[in-house]
Structure formats: C-alpha cells, structure tokens
Design a protein around this ligand. Sequence first.
Ligand code: ADP
Ligand code: MG
Length: 253
Amino acid sequence: MSQLIIQDLKVSIGDKPVVKGLSLTVNQGEVHAIMGPNGTGKSTLAKAIAGHPDYAITGGDVLLDGQSVLAMQPDERARAGLFLAFQYPSEVPGVTIANFVRAALQARLGESADLDATSYYKKLYEKMDLLKIDRKFTSRAVNEGFSGGEKKRCEILQMAMLEPKFSMMDETDSGLDIDALRIVADGVNKLRTGQLGIVLITHYQRLLNYIVPDFVHVMYDGRIVRSGNKDLAVELEARGYAWVKKELAAASA
Ligand code: ADP
Ligand code: MG
C-alpha cells in the first residue's frame, strides 16, 4: 500500500518561517482535508511539496513510499506519483488540452515508453466520459480565457489521466464559485476509487458538503493543531476558527 508521510516539515519564505513542524500521514485511498484561516501556511505547504523554488525547506521530510522526494525536481516528483495541480503553467496559449495532457503523460511515462495516439485518445475519451467532460473541450488552448470552472475541469482531467498515487489540491482560488466547487467535488468523487490518496486544502467548509473527507485537519500558524473526522469540518463551520485560536491560547497559558 502506498503512503505519503509529511514528517515535521518546516518551510520558510525568505527568512520567515511559515510552516513550523507539520506532520501528516496519508494512506492510499484516503481523502484528507486541511482547513485553516488565511495566512496560516496552507498554500506554502502545498507549494513546498511541489518543489517550488521560492519555498525553502528548513527541516523535516516528505516521504513517498519511504523515499524522500525533497531532492527530486518537480517532474521527478510527478513521475514518482505525486500530482500537484499548480506545478502546471496557468496559461499555455496555442497548446490544446489534448496535446498538453499528452505531453504531461509522456513525461510521466519517461522516454522509454511510447504513448501511441490511438491508445492515448482512447484513454482520454474514457476519462472524459467518466468525468462528463464535453469532447470539444480538448481542442481548447490550456487555460486561455477559461472560467474558474473550466480551469478546474482541466486540472481534474490532468489528474485523471496521470493516475498519480497522491494528489495535493489547493482550493483557495478566490475565483472558485459554486460551479467550480461542484466540478472539483464531482471529479474527486469519481476518482476516489481506493487507489488515489488526496490532500484537499481548502478554507471553504462548503466544499466538504460535496466531498466527505476521511480525515479533517485544522492548520493554524504553520502547524496542524487538531485532527478529526468530517464532524470537525461541521464544527468549524458552526464555530469558526476563533474557537480553535482561543483553545490554543488557553492551552499555552
Ligand atoms: P494560506 O494558504 O493558509 O492562506 P499562505 O501559505 O498563502 O497561507 O501564506 C502564509 C504566510 O506566508 C502569510 O503570512 C503570507 O503573507 C506569507 N507568504 C506567502 N507567500 C509568500 C511570498 N511569495 N512571499 C512572501 N510571503 C509570502
Ligand atoms: Mg492559500
């Protein structure tokens, strides 16, 4: 069984510590939601794991099936089985989705494996049918003039095609309307087959009305301060983050 272990991870931006010792274990097939107020380091965590050069890892480790990914380039991390949505360019004018996904898949397979057009399109159409994506969509240029919902559809399609072991999705886009939330939720639910492990980062409790996570974690000031099941998300919705803050202050007093 595959396992992603984030071990006492510390991340700085410049000389400012942002992620301050975060640990999380995700098993194959599990959906973990990480929630928390703005500025708490959720996106920093995701970007650091993706290998973004501006985010310096100053401590801890990230292990995929026992092997550290920290020394790997972003494309090597993808080949190892990590899917990180934002490692892809936000707009690729003139490159169709079909060609873009094909290049990503070819890169994932490595040079030795050849991806012939027939089997590629067969797989692409299978996934599109599964996700109920219109075939016309594949001839559009990547993210060019896309709505929030279309960007999400493109991201989910890439995820379906690449068949990663673990996927980290940062759903904090301010442009994420209810339509886009539904697309993410439907996609995640369709791809939730017991093979894929998902870390879903969100500050929208309402996304979790559509995706029922196996575990919910509250991140605050660079750490996970509480973990529970889906009921924790409901409690957060009802009581807000101020409640967590107050409890932490009381505990440290
Ligand atoms: P969240 O996703 O939880 O809202 P972020 O990870 O985006 O939080 O931000 C955590 C902290 O790091 C904030 O104080 C933010 O201002 C700071 N930060 C994030 N990105 C950068 C950056 N590129 N340069 C400088 N500071 C940043
Ligand atoms: Mg964020």
